[in-house]
Design a protein around this ligand. Structure first.
Ligand code: DX5
Ligand code: ZN
Length: 221
């Protein structure tokens, strides 16, 4: 199946978000990084902005919650109109209950693992989720270099998904660019988040097309 591209708006022009979203309409999903200044050393956007983005976005919003209290916040972001909500394995206190609560709200459920968290940490959640997010940088900021060991973790995630027999996406987030998307796709990612690579390009649509083509070529290599 073709790899999907999810531009992260973390490096977008925050004074012109509606126009920035319009530039991304040829992508597959819009990745929105919610940070609470506690789980990660950065603060980004919260519920009121997400509610408004839902109204103007040409594509479903894929929310990545980098917050210390996802059990409290994730259902509120689901209710805001997200297509999917991803919380961190390191932060959730009752991940099974939270995943079920989110599913009952009708959103896709993702669980993220930080670079130092083994994929095995979420093995027992596999029956409860729709997506595994492998962080390929320490979360908090865009434009960091890709951590090579993430390729091993993507393969481990792929094995876990295969064994489960379920249709579960594998997302990778951080440092994806023209050089890394081929190996990333080959290792098992089905959804690739890219922030700075797309927003530093003059033509965002052309960059999305290039990343998609290189990722799919990597699949066949
Ligand atoms: C980092 C965020 C990422 C980030 C990716 O904490 O979760 O989504 O925006 O940015 P790039 O693609 O520039 O590494
Ligand atoms: Zn993210």
């Amino acid at each position: 199946m073709a790899v999907r591209i999810a531009p992260s708006i973390l490096t977008a022009d925050f004074a012109n978000l509606e126009a920035e979203l319009a530039r991304l309409r040829t992508a597959d999903l819009i990745h929105v990084d919610v940070m609470d200044g506690h789980f990660v050393p950065n603060l980004t956007i919260g519920l009121p902005v997400v509610r408004r983005l839902v109204q103007v976005s040409p594509l479903p919003l894929d929310l990545h919650l980098m917050v210390s209290e996802p059990d409290r916040w994730a259902p509120q972001f689901a209710a805001a109109g997200a297509g999917s909500v991803t919380f961190h394995a390191e932060a959730a206190k009752a991940p099974v209950r939270l995943a079920r609560e989110l599913h009952a709200q009708g959103v896709g459920v993702g669980v993220a693992v930080n670079p130092a968290t083994p994929v095995a940490a979420i093995a027992d959640l596999i029956g409860e989720i729709d997506m595994i997010l492998v962080m390929s940088v320490e979360p908090g900021f865009g434009a960091q270099p890709f951590i090579e060991h993430s390729l091993t973790k993507l393969s481990q995630a792929r094995d876990l998904v295969k064994r489960s027999g379920r249709a579960i996406d594998i997302q990778v987030d951080g440092g994806a660019d023209r050089n890394t998307v081929g190996p990333i796709a080959r290792a098992g990612a089905t959804v690739i988040v890219a922030g700075s690579a797309i927003f530093s390009a003059v033509d965002a649509a052309a960059e999305i097309a290039a990343l998609r083509a290189l990722a799919n070529a990597g699949l066949e290599a």
